[in-house]
Design a protein around this ligand. Structure first.
Ligand SMILES: NC(=O)C1=CN([C@@H]2O[C@H](COP(=O)(O)OP(=O)(O)OC[C@H]3O[C@@H](n4cnc5c(N)ncnc54)[C@H](O)[C@@H]3O)[C@@H](O)[C@H]2O)C=CC1
Ligand SMILES: C[N+](C)(C)CC(=O)CC(=O)[O-]
Length: 475
């Protein structure tokens, strides 16, 4: 079991704790704030409802969370130590030598700093790298890594293992890459509010109704390439380049940071969002982010591509009761309904995932389908046996009832994490030629693999198979 030590458990430390914990790491937290345990508990309960919802496979079982009054005790034996104390260089200079002294020689020591360079953070004898994440750390994959190349390479591999996207910054620079970009927008936004051009709410609308949606899927340069039309990037630059010297920007100048500016922004922000608590806003943000990343999974773009790659790495047991496990996943909140349990449609969605996996197992995989052959479902019978709730782990086994010629007859069992049989889904499929859309014989290799499964499941009981709707119990 791997262990992470989180030094400073505020907004970002809490997010790191959740990211590691929900990916099966043990997590030890040191934070002198007496409220730290409560705050991390609240962040964790938001993370538990959001992170598994990105995945169509189950995450590993959660690790163990401990809180420590002594920093060296938290750090002892950790494979990854993440410093997330406030953004003050003097404080980081006090903390890092203590971490270094207690750390295992090969532990990665990361700092969440938004802006300090490794050469500023490290003094004699400390060897921290920058591992700068984005809020919410448990959902957003990006981590900027800055520092010693060998340590960054090792850190990158660990971060991929917990579903993150490490971006190694080629040369250290104040505020790394993303925060330099964010700072430019932040500065311009502050000017617009201070000068009475726009309110905080209007600026937020200008982002979320337009370019904010674009950026999640293609970033800046690819979007602008498209904006150049068929002539592409060179044309885009020729057309909009002159604006660089027009009065479109005040980026070289910053508004004076004083109480008046803080009050102006804070008052408008309260008017805009003060009717929701921070935890409510976090849940709203998380639900939206999950929905967007799931949409990006369909084209394996951006953060969606990172989740797809991570999903491939998530190992699942292969067998239960002598039957193959064809799906293992957690139930997202979005699958539940007004009765506070998993809605009927998603029993079929989960079973359909199991059918797809079984098709892969007999060689009717993506390449086979691309070659013009597939299976079409012609009938399903679902028995809803018990309730399933958000966050429950579902394990699905698949039994082959018949598999000769064009016919493939499957019986899926949906097991809840507490070993309760929650549903069975009986599915009949017919092999189909995708060019004629008519049934056809599978190819010899698929038939042969299927025959192997038929033989190994022959004679097994399948309680509940072959039932019809309305059939009295016990019949
Ligand atoms: N808030 C954000 O959006 C982001 C912040 N960061 C960086 O993460 C770091 C932490 O920022 P936040 O989490 O926002 O701050 P925060 O104020 O929410 O949390 C800081 C935590 O550190 C604790 N702390 C204070 N002194 C400590 C000490 N001596 N030892 C251990 N813990 C101590 C505090 O009790 C608090 O819980 C900063 O370096 C910041 O630049 C990075 C990415 C985003
Ligand atoms: C405002 N901030 C500089 C602390 C922001 C970050 O560092 C990253 C983020 O999550 O936006």
């Amino acid at each position: 079991m791997s262990k992470a030590a989180i030094i400073g458990g505020g907004v970002i430390g809490g997010g790191w704790a959740a990211r590691f914990l929900l990916n099966g790491w043990d997590v030890a937290v040191f934070d002198p704030d007496p409220q730290a345990e409560r705050k991390i508990g609240e962040v964790l309960s938001n993370a538990r409802r959001a992170l598994p919802a990105l995945y169509d496979r189950a995450l590993p079982p959660e690790g163990r969370l401990t809180f420590h009054a002594d920093m060296t005790e938290a750090v002892a034996g950790a494979d990854w130590i993440q410093e997330s104390v406030p953004e003050t260089l003097a404080l980081k200079h006090r903390i890092l030598p203590t971490i270094q002294a207690a750390a295992s020689p090969d532990a990665v020591i990361g700092s969440s700093t938004s802006g300090f360079k490794p050469s500023e953070l490290n003094g004699p004898g400390t060897r921290a790298i920058v591992a700068h994440p984005f809020n919410p750390v448990y959902l957003l994959p990006l981590v900027e890594l800055v520092g010693d190349p060998a340590t960054c390479a090792r850190a990158a591999e660990i971060l991929r293992g917990i579903g993150m996207y490490p971006l190694i910054v080629r040369k250290e620079i104040d505020a790394h890459i993303a925060d330099r970009l964010l700072e430019a927008i932040w500065r311009e936004a502050l000017w617009l509010v201070k000068d009475g051009i726009a309110t905080t709410e209007e600026i937020d609308e200008s982002i979320r109704m337009g370019f904010g949606i674009r950026w999640a899927q293609m970033g800046l340069f690819e979007t602008y390439r498209i904006a150049g039309g068929e002539a592409g990037m060179a044309h885009f630059m020729a057309q909009f380049g002159p604006a660089l010297s027009w009065p479109w920007t005040r980026l070289m100048d910053v508004p004076e940071f004083n109480d008046e500016l803080v009050d102006l922004i804070a008052d408008q922000s309260d008017a805009q969002s003060g009717h929701l608590s921070i935890r409510e806003l976090e849940r709203l943000r998380d639900d939206n982010v999950v929905g967007m990343i799931r949409a990006l999974k369909r084209t394996s773009s951006g953060a969606g591509g990172v989740v797809c790659a991570h999903e491939e790495r998530l190992a699942a047991p292969s067998e239960r009761d002598g039957l193959p496990i064809t799906a293992m996943r957690q139930v997202p909140v979005s699958w539940t309904d007004y009765n506070s349990h998993m809605n009927e449609t998603h029993y079929l969605e989960a079973a359909s995932q199991a059918t797809d996996r079984f098709m892969e197992m007999i060689g009717a995989d993506a390449a086979y389908i691309a070659s013009g052959r597939s299976y079409f479902t012609v009938e399903n019978h679902i028995r809803y046996l018990d309730e399933v709730h958000a966050g429950d782990r579902l394990t699905i086994t698949t039994q082959v009832l018949a598999g000769q010629g064009k016919r493939l007859h499957l019986f899926h069992r949906l097991w809840r994490g507490d070993d309760t049989l929650a549903a069975t889904v009986e599915t009949m499929l017919l092999h189909t030629d995708l060019s004629t859309r008519r049934t056809s014989e599978p190819d010899a290799a698929v038939s042969e693999r299927l025959a192997g499964w038929v033989a190994s499941h022959a004679g097994r009981a399948a309680d509940g198979a072959g039932r019809f709707v309305g059939q009295p119990a016990g019949m």
